[in-house]
Write a protein that binds this ligand. Structure first.
Ligand code: GCB
Length: 604
């Protein structure tokens, strides 16, 4: 396989009145200099980074011309175009012909060009639309910036007619000294398959073999003794390459990837990595780094991962959608566990079967992209959806089953904000809770008891505190005893208290601060927010570190000394449960919701 980057100078223009399709803009043959609406854009780049379109949600057309000069025999190969991320609806034409479309802003998709591509003057036209719609994933309302356009790499894939695809590597440990590896694949055309496993420097061939299948699907297993295990502390990688070894091709490389040998397991209330108990400590991160928007330079992503490590974190939650695969390659290499999710977020159209199909496809695209990355340990099928409603619970349960069907080797869950009435907790491997005591409601001192109450009916699983936090405007300081909202002191107090409390709970297997960095959220407009969600440990404008940032390493493993509320929690649960499960939980939820939505995002 050969990859040709289609990044670089493209032209683009907005289609405010949605007339492009009617006027056949896809028939473009040359950059029309008389069209003074045509602008330059350096793809990948969101059109929201162009002057005058900072807040644009609409239709944007992108035009590119490319050649295939160096290919002597164009018919020898298959051709596909890959978009790594384009938000939300993307329609594509090549040389005036419609190729296809894709819904969803955060996962890669591929379209076949074999019958349309020419050696010269290929005209590629891409129409993107990021208008919010009820049946989309996410739906109309979400707490992040709706970056539109082609914001990740575009690549032309030149593929051998005979090749393998969808190579899935699954590793299981019998003991820490012995691992089983199962490699499955599907063959396009006919292949005489030969494989090799090398060390990460690719110098020594450690294992090799052939596989009898020549077409269709196949798999092979091998046992590795004394494997060099992958973990956040020692992120050992191996390298797999596959050749087509038929007489005609002789050792033609048709697939290669890094992978790691590691196992993630649940046993009772604990999570184990490579047979050792692990406690996850980390923060969530949105894919945004100003002034680059979502198109973050590799070095900046790496810097973020290094900062996570120096804070003492061993994990990151890539909220609320999959980030560029470049980040996952970095976490593989540097050693950080990754919690991935799809943007099934808060209120979606759970009764709509088309919406379900979109979510399912996103999950598939995400799992297919990242299944061989050892750093990824969890697939979450949603965040803060109304899990007490039956329609929603059914939707989520089907996604959980689907994820499990594709990959039974990782944690499968749905991130929940429901203190009690969550109809899906019985299906997930790990129970989770997002809760903002000390910020949206109550006081952080209530956390201990609340956690002990909610945990009582779900006592045989690990729990993760997936979100907690408080907003702080970098540079806004108050006296310690005043604890004003949006002060760095208030944020520090909430985070400090919550972390030390969760560290104390034996049934918790981890926590994630919301959020590593402030991120743009247009609805947040008070004088502290200025268009940002301010719950970051570092500011969104200049990455300035807030007080809490410096405090984290000091308390990361500290347990608060306190009266244990476990027994009180159980007693309270027993008293409250007969008072009617549903009545009780609905009242709590109603009360919390009342405080949360007041007044809209202004005080959040
Ligand atoms: C949440 C959401 C997250 C928001 C956060 C907040 O519960 O999961 O998307 O950004 O709260 O800051 O309100």
């Amino acid at each position: 396989m050969k990859t040709v980057s289609l990044n670089g100078k493209w032209k683009c223009k907005a289609d405010v009145k949605n007339i492009g399709i009617k006027n056949k803009w896809y028939n473009f043959k040359s950059y029309n200099v008389s069209d003074n609406h045509l602008m330059d854009i350096e793809i990948p780049k969101s059109f929201n980074l162009l002057k005058g379109f900072e807040n644009f949600e609409g239709i944007f057309w992108h035009f590119n011309q490319f050649e295939l000069n160096e290919e002597k025999d164009i018919n020898k190969y298959d051709y596909q175009i890959m978009f790594k991320g384009s938000n939300y609806n993307t329609k594509i034409w090549l040389n005036g012909e419609f190729l296809g479309e894709h819904n969803g802003g955060f996962t890669p998709f591929f379209l076949d060009l074999t019958n349309l591509i020419k050696t010269r003057n290929n005209n590629l036209v891409v129409r993107t639309k990021n208008i919010r719609e009820k049946d989309q994933i996410p739906s109309i309302s979400f707490d992040w910036f709706n970056w539109g356009g082609i914001y990740r790499d575009v690549e032309l894939l030149i593929l051998h007619k005979n090749r393998v695809k969808d190579v899935f590597i699954k590793t299981k440990l019998r003991t820490r000294q012995q691992s089983k590896i199962e490699i499955s694949y599907s063959i396009i055309g006919e292949v005489s398959l030969k494989w090799q496993i090398l060390d990460s420097s690719k110098t020594d061939v450690l294992y090799e073999g052939t596989s009898p299948e020549r077409s269709g699907k196949g798999s092979f297993n091998l046992t590795i003794n004394d494997p060099k295990l992958w973990s956040p502390n020692v992120p050992n990688l191996y390298y797999l390459r596959i050749f087509n070894n038929s007489q005609k091709t002789e050792n033609l490389l048709i697939f290669n990837t890094y992978f790691g040998i590691r196992q993630i397991e649940i046993n009772g209330i604990h999570i184990y990595l490579n047979k050792e108990k692990i406690f996850l400590k980390g923060a969530s991160l949105h894919e945004e780094y100003m002034p680059y928007g979502r198109t973050i330079p590799y070095e900046k992503r790496k810097e973020d991962v290094m900062n996570f490590k120096s804070l003492g974190f061993n994990a990151i939650r890539t909220a609320h959608y999959s980030h560029d695969e470049a980040l996952i390659e970095i976490t593989d290499k540097i050693g950080l566990l990754v919690l991935e999710e799809i943007p099934v977020y808060q209120h979606c159209d759970f009764k709509n079967s088309q919406t379900y199909e979109t979510a399912k496809n996103m999950l598939k695209e995400l799992i297919y992209r990242d299944i061989n990355h050892p750093s990824v340990i969890w697939w979450s099928v949603g965040n803060e959806v109304p899990l007490h409603q039956r329609n929603c619970a059914r939707f989520i349960k089907k996604l959980i089953d689907f994820a499990r069907e594709l990959d039974e080797t990782r944690i499968i869950t749905c991130v929940s904000r429901k203190l009690i009435p969550d109809l899906t907790r019985k299906y997930v491997n790990v129970a989770s809770i997002n809760s903002y005591f000390g910020w949206y409601y109550g006081h952080e001192k209530m956390i201990s008891l609340i956690l002990d109450i909610i945990r009582t009916p779900v006592h045989n699983k690990p729990w993760i505190y997936t979100e907690f936090g408080a907003g702080a405007k970098y540079g806004f300081h108050v006296d310690w005893n005043k604890q004003r909202k949006y002060s760095e002191e208030k944020q520090l107090q909430v985070l400090d208290y919550t972390i030390r409390t969760i560290n104390l709970k034996e049934f918790f297997s981890g926590w994630f601060i919301w959020n590593y960095r402030d991120f743009k959220s247009p609805k947040r407009t008070n004088k502290f927010q200025e268009g940002f969600n301010r719950k970051g440990l570092v500011s969104g404008e200049k990455n300035e570190k807030k007080l809490a940032y410096y405090r984290i390493p000091k308390i990361i493993n500290v347990k608060r000394k306190t009266f244990n509320t476990k027994i009180v929690g159980i007693i309270l649960w027993i008293i409250l449960f007969p008072l009617s499960f549903f009545l009780f939980t609905h009242i709590i939820d109603y009360v919390l919701k009342y405080f949360e939505s007041k007044p809209d995002y202004l005080n959040r």
